[in-house]
Design a protein around this ligand. Structure first.
Ligand SMILES: *[C@@H]1O[C@H](CO)[C@@H](O)[C@H](O)[C@H]1NC(C)=O
Ligand SMILES: *[C@@H]1O[C@H](CO)[C@@H](O)[C@H](O)[C@H]1NC(C)=O
Ligand SMILES: *[C@@H]1O[C@H](CO)[C@@H](O)[C@H](O)[C@H]1NC(C)=O
Length: 949
């Protein structure tokens, strides 16, 4: 029989469809709103089925000779109806259950879905009556032509068993690396059980669907009904969707709190939903199409196989992305071999009965091929990763040293004003701003170590070149009208003054900034600046706008022509609008507190095809290895700058208070020059040295009760204290992903195994990744964590308050000076940057830092040379602590803590901080920033500049 291209279409569509679904679902935005998605997909699928079913059914019957057996082709009508009505219940229940389980996905284990086909096949095979109700002659003929269609499920048990084993293995491996997202104690019991219940419902649904489409179980008469009555199936799906719609409508009517949630759909969601509502019906249709030619069980096999293979490839990629326990790498050969066996076994059962002669070569082939491929895979995996002979941290410390030397050299190569000007011109392709000589004098008289590298200023101001000076001034004035959480500073004739509108609670911040400006204010041009009074950054512009802005910046750099350069314009002061005379100000800001902001702000400036914009890492229960790989070496942070870049890390959306539920994000998508103390990468705020540090709100000081002993005399402890202030968890459960909460949970009552890099038990100096239980980790670490929340839970609402209370123990607050007692200090973000970092660095302790926010001094301190970077996922924390603080467990793995190295990093950090993060350095940075801003807002900015005569 020649294969026609048309006949190949349904199987091809089925394979592509299942493959596509398997690939995209783990990162699909459609999972963001599972109920909406289910409703729409069911409706679309149902409608398509009904639409196709009505006209086609009868024509198709004509050319489908073998299965049409005398008259009994339809079951009595009411039976399918009953079945269909029965089915809406478990389907709706299943959808509701999935929704609830998805909300607590970090509490679930590996999915049991791969064993579903096996269970259903097993169930139907209990009963022999599935075979056609034919006399022996026509049966023999039928078997010859269409052997697969006539076979009972029993024959397929073995291939399905192999498939299930392989699939289950793969899903277990995928779920192996547990994230630090918290599965709350209040849910830890119920969620796994409910997800098991969901699986049971799956089984019931599939069994009933099979009965609906294929005739009722144990009814000889109606064993086959071909083609399946797709109209009925369509009606059923529409009915389920209708039920969901009704439930949604009722919720909308009686629970106004949920209206926002019901109607607020992002464009990424709508796109994914669209893709899904196309793929699922197509896949289902091709499934039904293939069913009518090779039978239900073979079709299901093909679909499951396609899904397994795609999944296998995905797991390979995941393993290739990250460090992985060696044993599990080898074990990947097993599911692959099982898949192969399953294919061969399936071929055997569907191509030949007992008598078939074709069977022998196949099974011989199988016997040779399977062990061979198994061996091949084992060997190739074995080559893939060997034991590590050097600890990655040692490598990173070495790299850090080099990086620091390079940075320090380039940051200060100028020794005269002339050099500084030349270096500026080379570096930034234009003349330094007017007043540069004053700045240079100021900086060099204060022994600034950093003279040349002010790349942070350059980067922060770059997009603003795309706006004219007039617009910049206008926007500054406009945002200072009314209460936008901004405070203004105006500089006129060398005097800095605070605008009247600053609320008392934030007065210190603006006053502190004025104090910082005062020593050099006389050299500044007249201007107004808008200061962010909130901790959270707030300016995020879309990618296209961002790109445009950067192109403009390059074009408008003033080429160093031979023309004379000018000083600041004379009458600058009057060019700034008087805020009290402005009327009709555009509303630039939107209050986004308490809501997820990653898509709306955090990743907005990323390219549309970057993972952050195109993927939704909804399975927060597992570590996203493809997200951490680009900035990691093994388990550890290799590139500190990159580690906070949102663009390659879609999972950041659920790992930080700022992205999950900030307390005061008053954001804008317009380019507005706003000074913030820190920003998350991706935001366009202009960073300036924090008055918090300048005014010593948290100070490094010691006294007789709280001395700062030398490193070796300190307690071997990793210490952190803080409040639940990173974001607001007002009933959405956002706290489970916040950095601070995850840190405290990980240190005190972790619930899942963590991967660690430890010396191997062979004691030959090599290292090995392995999964360790929380109990063993706590027991074996040389340095113990002492990490707690203080006082009581704050910034919470609804059940999130009580949930956090049952999750965490809260301890008494401490004197800030008590920190110096411990060897290792942990520094984590709060609602904004961590104000403790600089005092921590000034102490003799070693600072571990995990942060999304980046401050003005980004780059001055080098990770692994001055402090120890910890990934925002915290999956590296215990391995780092084991490296510096030691490890000893009962299975003979032992590691002396690298105390000398820890001490050295702490010392280098302390010394360098004393050089580059002094108050003078803050002034110097601010001085230069304001000169640059002065030029940017000057009508003659293209001609301004300083050149030594
Ligand atoms: C399928 O079911 C619908 C509704 O129950 C019925 O009207 C239709 O005749 C059935 N079609 C076939 C081919 O069984
Ligand atoms: C701004 O306008 C108000 C009201 O017209 C006036 O009182 C104030 O002096 C003006 N301020 C400046 C700096 O010109
Ligand atoms: C870190 O990544 C940034 C951006 O990709 C790159 O410019 C920088 O050179 C990297 N730093 C190191 C030390 O590799």
């Amino acid at each position: 029989m020649p294969l026609q291209a048309r006949a190949l279409l349904p199987p091809a569509a089925l394979i592509v469809g299942t493959g596509y679904l398997t690939t995209t679902l783990p990162s699909s935005f459609a999972v963001e709103r599972p109920l909406h998605t289910a409703g729409v997909v069911l409706l679309v699928t149902g409608s398509i089925l009904v639409g196709l079913g009505i006209p086609c059914v009868h024509d198709k019957h004509q050319d489908r000779p073998p299965f049409q057996h005398n008259g009994s082709r339809l079951p009595k009508l009411q039976r399918p109806y009953v079945l269909a009505i029965l089915l809406t219940l478990p389907i709706s229940a299943r959808i509701g259950l999935s929704w609830w389980v998805l909300k607590h996905v970090e509490c679930t284990g590996p999915s049991a879905l791969p064993i579903l086909p096996l269970l259903v096949a097993g169930y139907y095979s209990l009963d022999d009556t599935q075979d056609l109700d034919l006399d022996s002659k026509s049966r023999a003929r039928l078997e010859e032509d269409y052997p697969a269609t006539t076979s009972a499920p029993r024959r397929y048990i073995l291939p399905y068993l192999l498939l299930a084993a392989s699939g289950f293995w793969l899903t277990s491996i995928a779920a192996l690396l547990r994230s630090t997202t918290i599965c709350p104690v209040t849910r830890i019991w119920a969620v796994p059980r409910l997800s098991t219940l969901g699986f049971a419902l799956d089984c019931v649904i599939v069994a009933l669907l099979y009965a609906l489409l294929n005739g009722r179980k144990s009814s000889k008469r109606h064993a086959f009904q071909t083609p399946p009555n797709i109209t009925l199936l369509g009606v059923l799906l529409i009915a389920c969707s209708g039920l969901l719609g009704v439930a949604g409508g009722v919720t909308y009517a009686i629970a106004p709190d949920h209206r926002y949630w019901i109607l607020d759909l992002s464009s990424s969601y709508v796109q994914s939903l669209f893709a899904l509502s196309l793929t699922i019906p197509c896949t289902l249709l091709s499934f039904l199409g293939v069913t009518s030619s090779i039978g239900f069980w073979s079709t299901l096999f093909v679909a499951a196989l396609s899904a397994s293979l795609t999944y296998f490839v995905q797991i390979l990629r995941m393993v290739a992305n990250g460090p992985w326990p060696l044993g599990y790498m080898f074990s990947l050969a097993l599911p692959f071999a099982l898949l192969g066996l399953a294919v061969i076994q399936h071929a055997v059962v569907s191509w030949g009965g007992e008598a078939s002669s074709r069977r022998r070569p196949i099974s011989r082939f199988a016997r040779v091929c399977i062990p061979a491929s198994f061996l091949l895979l084992l060997v190739s995996f074995g080559r893939y990763q060997r034991l590590l002979t050097r600890h990655p941290i040692s490598v990173l410390i070495e790299m850090g040293k080099k990086q620091h030397t390079t940075w320090a050299t380039q940051a200060h190569s100028s020794v005269t004003l002339h050099d500084a000007v030349r270096n500026y011109q080379i570096r930034y392709l234009r003349d330094p701003p007017p007043g540069f000589d004053k700045w240079y004098g100021y900086a060099s008289s204060r022994n600034s170590v950093v003279i040349d590298d002010f790349d942070n200023i350059e980067k922060d101001l770059a997009p603003f070149w795309s706006l004219s000076p007039e617009v910049l001034r206008k926007r500054t004035a406009e945002v200072l009208v009314g209460d936008n959480g901004l405070g203004g500073i105006s500089i006129r004739s060398g005097n800095a003054e605070v605008f009247a509108n600053v609320p008392g609670t934030h007065r210190w911040m603006v006053d502190g900034t004025v104090d910082m400006i005062r020593p050099f204010a006389e050299h500044l041009p007249d201007m107004d600046i808008a200061m962010n009074l909130n901790d959270e950054c707030r300016v995020a512009i879309p990618y296209t706008r961002w790109k445009e802005a950067h192109q403009v910046q390059f074009a408008s750099r003033n080429p160093r022509s031979s023309e004379q350069t000018l000083g600041f314009s004379a009458d600058r002061g009057s060019a700034w609008l008087n805020t009290s005379e402005l009327t009709d100000v555009p509303a630039y800001f939107k209050v986004e507190g308490f809501n997820p902001t990653f898509q709306l702000y955090g990743s907005l400036s990323c390219p549309p095809d970057s993972p952050a914009r195109s993927q939704y890492h909804w399975n927060t229960g597992v570590v996203c290895t493809s997200c951490s790989a680009p900035h990691s070496l093994g388990l550890f942070v290799r590139n500190w700058t990159e580690s906070a870049n949102p663009c390659h890390q879609p999972d950041l959306a659920y790992m930080h208070g700022l992205h999950m539920s900030p307390s005061a994000l008053v954001g804008t998508h317009e380019l507005i020059p706003i000074f913030s103390q820190s920003k998350a990468p991706g935001y366009a705020d202009i960073r300036y040295p924090s008055p918090w540090n300048y005014k010593d709100k948290a100070r490094y000081e010691t006294d007789a009760d709280f001395p700062d002993p030398t490193f070796v005399e300190k307690e071997n402890t990793l210490f952190w204290r803080g409040g639940t202030t990173e974001g607001v968890s007002a009933g959405s459960g956002a706290w489970r992903g916040m950095l601070r909460q995850r840190l405290v949970h990980l240190a005190n009552n972790p619930t899942s195994e963590q991967m660690m890099l430890l010396p191997s038990a062979r004691d030959d100096g090599s290292f090995e990744y392995s999964l360790e239980t929380p109990g063993l980790i706590q027991h074996s670490l040389g340095a113990k964590p002492d990490i707690h929340f203080v006082d009581k839970v704050v910034r919470c609402g609804g059940k999130d308050c009580s949930d956090q209370e049952s999750e965490f123990t809260f301890v008494e607050g401490i004197d800030f000076k008590q920190h110096w007692r411990y060897k290792f200090l942990f520094d984590a973000d709060g609602a904004g940057f961590s104000g403790r970092f600089i005092p921590f660095m000034q102490s003799r302790s070693l600072v571990f830092k995990s942060a999304l926010f980046r401050e003005w001094y980004e780059g001055r301190l080098t990770a692994w040379h001055h402090f120890v970077p910890v990934d925002l996922r915290l999956h590296d924390l215990w391995s780092i602590l084991a490296y510096f603080g030691g490890w000893q467990d009962d299975s003979g793995r032992k590691w002396e803590g690298r105390e000398k190295e820890a001490n050295r990093i702490a010392r280098q950090g302390r010394m360098w901080t004393e050089k580059v993060l002094r108050k003078e350095d803050m002034e110097i940075y601010m001085f230069r920033l304001l000169l640059e801003l002065g030029r940017l807002t000057d009508d003659n900015r293209d001609k301004l500049g300083y050149r030594p005569s």
